[in-house]
Design a protein around this ligand. Structure first.
Ligand code: ATP
Length: 316
């Protein structure tokens, strides 16, 4: 195989609870992640030289070695030096459809796609667990992005346990195109304001994570109960991002007023807000209503059904 094309879906957080600090400087989290059908398209081809190169036309996405997808290829080069010497480098092309700096794990999904694609291209035969372990070296959301679907993510987000697929729903994603939120900023600001509430003891940390694992959101997912899921949407980071960005608060309130919206929440560190609708037709209605209420050209709206898979190989 000389070339493969992969789709990397965006993720939303149905639940995001910040539990405490970790010795490595990250936060201890309990999240419920959901893949949605808004995808970047990644092409990976043998370079015919020893180089790694990357192209992406999006103005906010770097085309150098700081791109997370480039770093994924570089990690493969280091981990499998002999295979690299035999096969040579790769050319990566990213067609960006997922908004950047949006809380939708666009960069993490691109990195996950490169790991999956190079596993194919170099015929490494790595399992999902091995790919997740490599992904964790690149970023907390990368392991989830590999298999996607619906999953509980704990630790700093890299410990992924699959949950029952929730297919009944369709998300409407809304983001002001010119606005982005830095994930480190959101977590640092949260720490400054809420550090006193952090769980300190290891036993208490485990108990809080177990509470989410055996809690109502995971139960609603197991029972495939969309009404309950909508009632239980939660994100601690809203407490710092919404006061800083009143437009995002207004957007959330506007979406919540739509009769088709079953529940509305910010995804990850934002500023994307998503609303859950019972069908694609309802989601389309909601887009029309939000567009009419907020006629701002800067506002991007996407209809993205829940997705049961992560990285998908579409051409080989
Ligand atoms: P997360 O939800 O994982 O926090 P995000 O959706 O908020 O991520 P990204 O779209 O992944 O954020 O981008 C964050 C920053 O990373 C951007 O400012 C961008 O410059 C940089 N970046 C590096 N590689 C990529 C990539 N492949 N795609 C998008 N952004 C990238």
């Amino acid at each position: 195989m000389d070339r493969c094309v992969l789709l990397a879906p965006a993720k939303i957080n149905l639940y995001l609870e910040i539990i405490g600090d970790r010795p490595d400087g990250f936060h201890e989290l309990a999240m419920v992640m959901q893949s949605v059908d808004l995808c970047d398209r990644i092409t990976i081809a043998r370079a015919g030289t020893q180089d790694i190169s990357l192209k992406c036309k999006h103005p906010l996405v770097p085309s150098d070695e700081t791109n997370l997808a480039y770093r994924a290829a570089d990690l493969m080069r280091q981990e499998f030096a002999e295979v690299y010497a035999r096969f040579g480098g790769v050319k990566i092309e990213i067609e960006k459809n997922i908004p950047v700096g949006a809380g939708l794990a666009g960069g993490s999904g691109n990195a996950a796609a490169v790991l999956v694609g190079m596993n194919q291209l170099w015929q490494l035969g790595l399992t999902s667990v091995e790919l997740e372990r490599l992904g964790a070296k690149l970023g907390s959301d990368v392991p989830f992005c590999i298999n996607g679907g619906t999953a509980l993510a704990t630790g700093r987000g890299e410990q992924v346990s699959p949950l029952t697929d929730v297919q009944a729903y369709c998300a409407v994603l809304a983001k002001y195109q010119s606005l982005s939120v830095s994930t480190p900023w959101a977590y640092q600001t949260y720490r400054k304001q809420f550090e006193s509430t952090y769980v300190r003891e290891a036993d208490d940390l485990a108990a809080r994570q177990n509470r989410v694992h055996s809690g109502p959101m995971v139960a609603a997912i197991s029972q495939k109960d969309p009404e309950q899921i909508s009632q239980l949407l939660y994100n601690d980071l809203e407490k710092v991002v919404l006061p800083e960005h009143p437009k995002v608060q207004e957007l959330k309130e506007t979406m919540a007023r739509s009769p088709q919206a079953k529940g509305v929440m910010m995804s990850g560190s934002g500023p994307t807000v998503f609303a859950l609708a019972g069908s694609q037709a309802d989601a389309n209605e909601m887009v029309k209503a939000v567009r009419a209420a907020l006629p701002d050209e800067d506002l991007g709206l996407w209809v993205a059904p829940f997705n049961t898979t992560g990285i998908r190989l579409v051409e080989a």
